[in-house]
Design a protein around this ligand. Structure first.
Ligand code: CP
Length: 656
C-alpha cells in the first residue's frame, strides 16, 4: 500500500466525486450565463472528440451542440463499430491516439470503468458520458441544475429515485450528489433492481447516510408490491439493523412517512441492455393518472433522464410537474459550462483537489480479480491496471478491496507475504500483520490456493490446533437449532432460511433438511452473497428450480451463518434483506458465537458459544465445501506471521 495523491494537473470527470460542491456551483453559475459564453466563443481553437461505444441521443448531441456553441469543433466516429475498435484496437491505444487529434474526449462505453481506463492513457481531459452500470456524472449535473432551478436549494429536498436502481448509472451518480448537497433520498426500486450494496455502503461511509424502511403503502400511487427505503442524514437509527419490525418501529415509520414532503420523483427505465435474458424485475414503478390526482404530490416534480419507455403517463407531458424535457434541454448550457470549466482549469494547470486514497496493487503480476464481470479490468486487462482502494481496518476486521474502476467491493480471502512466500486465509487475527505487509508493499492477494501455489507460495505453519466441535457435535447443533427454530417461529409455513455464502448456505440447507424431517414438508432456502458480483440474494433449494426470484415480503426469515464474531457481516446481510423486501421478522442462527459484538445484533439460535480472542482463528470446515470426510470446527493460531514483516523489505514496490 502507498498513499496515493491525485496530483495530475489534467482534469477528468469520470465520477461525480471528481468535482467538489464548490466546483459544481461554479459550473452552474457558468450555465446560468450560457448566453455570454455563446457570444464570447471561448473554445474557438478547441476540438472535442466524441467516442460513443453505445447509443445516445441527448448526451452526445448536447455535448456536440455545446462545443459548437462555444465556438469549438467536433470530431466523431458516427459508429464505433466502424472505428478501429472493430479491428481489436484497445481502449488505451484509442485514447492515446485520439488525444493527439482533440483537446477533450467525451466517451460512453458499455463496460464499467472503461472511461477511467481511457483517461489513464489520454493526454487530454476525458469526460465520462456513461460507463456501463457505473456512473453518468454529466447527467447528474443536468439533474441537479434542473432541481435547483425548480426548487431552489438542494439541501433538505426529498427526492424519490424509482425503477432500475441497480443498473441505472444515472442513479448512482445522482444519489452521491444528492447526499453531498444534503438532500434526502427515498429509493423505490423495481423488484430485484435495488440500489447495489456498494452504493449504499458508500452513502453510509462517505456521507454518513443511514438506511431506513418506510411504510409499505406510502407510495402506493406509484407502485405496489415494492417497499420504499429512506436514505437520510437525519435519522440516527439504522432501522435496517432491527431484526424485528415490531409495532413501535412500524408506528415510527408511519409518522415519518406521513410527514415527508416529496419534492421530486426521479423515474428511470428498465436498463434492458444490462439485464440477463430471462431475468424479470416484476412489477415496475410507473407514474400514472393516480399520481397526478394525489393531493400530496401537487408540488412534486417528475424527472427522467430519458429515453423513457412506458414509465410515465402521457398526460404528464402536458402537466407542469413533468419537467423531463426541460431537464434534457439544460444539457446544452450545463455541458457548455463544464467544457469551459475544464478548459480553464487545464490552462491554469490547476489539478483536481487532492484526495488521500490508499490504493493497493498486487506485487505479484496476476493480482486479485475484480468480482464484477462487466468491469474493464476483466474485459480488457491490457488497458487497466488492477488497483483497489483499501477499505481495511474497519471494525469487523475484514479486508475489503474496492475496484478503482467500477467501485465493486469484495472481501479478501487469501493473503500472502511476498518476502517469505507464505500464504493463508485472511481473517481478523491477521489484521495487524497484514497492515504491516501493506505498508512494506509485501502483501499479495490471491484468487485461489491454486494461484498462490503456482506462484511458489506455501501455506503458513499453524500452532495450538484443537477441534472445538466435531462431526457429531455439529450434527447435534444443527438438529437442536432446527427444533428451536420450529418451536419459536410463529409462521413456519412462510419460513425462509437464508444462509450467508458459503458456509452459512450449507448450514441453512442442513437446518432446512432437519426441519423437513421433523415436519414432513419442505422449507425454502436462499443464499446471501454480501460481496458477490451480481445477485445478492438467490434461491438455492432444489425443490422448484423454475420458481421466480425469492420473495421476502411479510415472511419470517432465519439468517444463518457459521461464525458470528463482530456482527458486521450480519449487519451487511440485514441491509441487503431489508432492501430486497420487507420481511415480517428476521432472526439469526449461528453455529458458533465468538462474542465481541461490535454492532447491535444478537443471534437467536446458537450451536455453541466459544469466546475467543482476536489472535485466534476459528474455522468451520464442512465436508460439502472442504472435501473432508467429516465436519469440524477448529481453533488455532498462525506461527509468526509477522516475523518477516519486521525485516527490511527487499522487493520492488508496485503499489501506486
Ligand atoms: N440521458 C441520457 O444519457 O440519454 P442518452 O442515452 O440519449 O444520451
Amino acid at each position: 500500500m502507498s498513499a496515493s495523491e491525485h496530483t495530475d494537473t489534467m482534469r477528468h470527470v469520470i465520477s461525480i466525486t471528481d468535482l467538489t460542491n464548490a466546483e459544481i456551483e461554479e459550473i452552474f453559475a457558468l450555465a446560468d450565463d450560457a448566453e455570454s459564453l455563446r457570444k464570447e466563443k471561448p473554445a474557438r481553437d478547441h476540438i472535442m472528440a466524441t467516442l460513443f461505444y453505445e447509443p445516445s441521443t441527448r448526451t452526445r448531441l448536447s455535448f456536440e451542440s455545446a462545443m459548437h456553441r462555444l465556438g469549438g469543433g467536433v470530431i466523431s466516429c458516427a459508429d464505433m463499430r466502424a472505428s478501429s475498435a472493430a479491428k481489436g484496437e484497445s481502449l488505451a491505444d484509442t485514447a492515446k491516439v485520439v488525444s493527439s487529434y482533440a483537446d477533450v474526449l467525451v466517451v460512453r462505453h458499455p463496460w464499467d470503468g472503461a472511461v477511467r481506463a481511457m483517461a489513464e492513457h489520454a493526454d487530454v481531459s476525458v469526460i465520462n458520458a456513461g460507463d456501463g452500470r457505473h456512473e453518468h456524472p454529466t447527467q447528474t449535473l443536468c439533474d441537479l441544475y434542473t432541481l435547483r432551478k425548480e426548487k431552489g436549494e438542494l439541501k433538505g429536498l426529498t427526492v424519490v429515485v424509482c425503477g432500475d436502481l441497480k443498473n441505472g448509472r444515472t442513479i448512482h451518480s445522482l444519489v452521491y450528489a444528492l447526499a453531498r448537497f444534503g438532500a434526502n433520498v427515498v429509493t423505490l426500486a423495481a423488484a430485484g433492481m435495488e440500489l447495489p450494496q456498494y452504493v449504499v455502503e458508500r452513502m453510509e461511509s462517505a456521507y454518513g447516510y443511514s438506511l431506513s424502511p418506510l411504510v409499505a403503502n406510502d407510495l402506493g400511487a406509484v407502485v405496489s408490491e415494492t417497499d420504499a427505503l429512506y436514505l437520510t442524514p437525519k435519522q440516527p437509527h439504522q432501522l435496517a439493523l432491527f431484526t424485528q419490525m415490531d409495532s413501535a418501529i412500524q408506528l415510527r415509520l408511519s409518522t415519518l412517512a406521513s410527514n415527508l414532503r416529496y419534492d421530486a420523483f426521479y423515474m428511470t427505465r428498465k436498463q434492458k441492455e444490462r439485464i440477463k435474458e430471462g431475468a424479470n424485475g416484476g412489477n415496475y414503478p410507473t407514474i400514472g393518472d393516480e399520481f397526478l390526482k394525489e393531493k400530496r404530490f401537487k408540488d412534486t416534480v417528475v424527472m427522467h433522464p430519458l429515453p423513457r419507455v412506458d414509465e410515465l403517463a402521457p398526460e404528464l407531458d402536458r402537466d407542469k410537474r413533468g419537467i423531463y424535457f426541460k431537464q434534457a434541454a439544460y444539457g446544452v448550457p450545463v455541458r457548455m459550462a463544464l467544457l469551459k470549466f475544464l478548459s480553464d482549469r487545464n490552462q491554469a494547470k490547476a489539478g483536481a483537489p487532492v484526495t488521500h486514497v490508499s490504493l493497493y496493487q498486487s506485487p505479484e503480476p496476476s493480482g486479485p480479480h475484480c468480482v464484477n464481470a462487466n468491469c474493464v479490468t476483466v474485459a480488457e486487462t491490457g488497458s487497466a491496471r488492477r488497483r483497489y482502494e483499501i477499505l481495511a481496518g474497519g471494525p469487523g476486521g475484514a479486508l475489503i478491496l474496492s475496484c478503482v474502476y467500477c467501485d465493486y467491493r469484495f472481501k479478501v480471502q487469501l493473503v500472502g507475504d511476498l518476502k517469505t512466500k507464505r500464504y493463508c486465509a485472511y481473517d481478523i487475527s491477521l489484521r495487524a500483520t497484514v497492515g504491516e505487509w501493506l505498508e512494506k508493499n509485501q502483501l499479495a492477494v490471491f484468487n485461489s490456493i491454486k494461484e498462490a501455489e503456482e506462484l511458489g507460495y506455501e501455506p503458513y505453519k499453524i500452532s495450538g490446533l484443537r477441534i472445538v466441535m466435531d462431526n457429531l457435535e455439529i450434527q447435534a447443533a444443527v438438529e437442536s437449532m432446527s427444533r428451536d427454530i420450529l418451536a419459536e417461529c410463529q409462521d413456519t409455513d412462510g419460513l425462509l432460511l437464508l444462509g450467508v455464502r458459503t458456509q452459512g448456505s450449507v448450514l441453512a440447507r442442513r437446518i432446512a433438511a432437519q426441519m423437513a424431517k421433523q415436519k414432513k414438508r419442505k422449507y425454502e432456502v436462499g443464499e446471501i452473497d454480501i460481496y458477490g458480483s451480481d445477485e445478492e440474494i438467490r434461491r438455492i433449494s432444489l425443490a422448484d428450480p423454475d420458481a421466480g426470484p425469492l420473495n421476502l415480503r411479510d415472511r419470517e426469515i432465519v439468517l444463518v451463518d457459521d461464525v458470528i464474531y463482530t456482527g458486521r457481516t450480519i449487519k451487511d446481510a440485514l441491509s441487503i434483506i431489508f432492501r430486497s423486501g420487507r420481511p415480517k421478522r428476521v432472526r439469526l442462527a449461528a453455529l458458533i458465537d465468538r462474542g465481541h459484538r461490535e454492532v447491535p445484533v444478537k443471534p437467536n439460535f446458537v450451536g455453541k458459544h466459544i469466546p475467543s480472542s482476536e489472535r485466534e482463528r476459528v474455522r468451520v470446515k464442512l465436508r460439502a465445501t472442504e472435501q473432508g470426510e467429516n465436519d469440524e470446527a477448529v481453533i488455532y493460531s498462525i506461527i509468526n506471521p509477522s516475523e518477516s514483516a519486521s525485516a527490511p523489505a527487499n522487493t520492488p514496490l508496485q503499489s501506486s
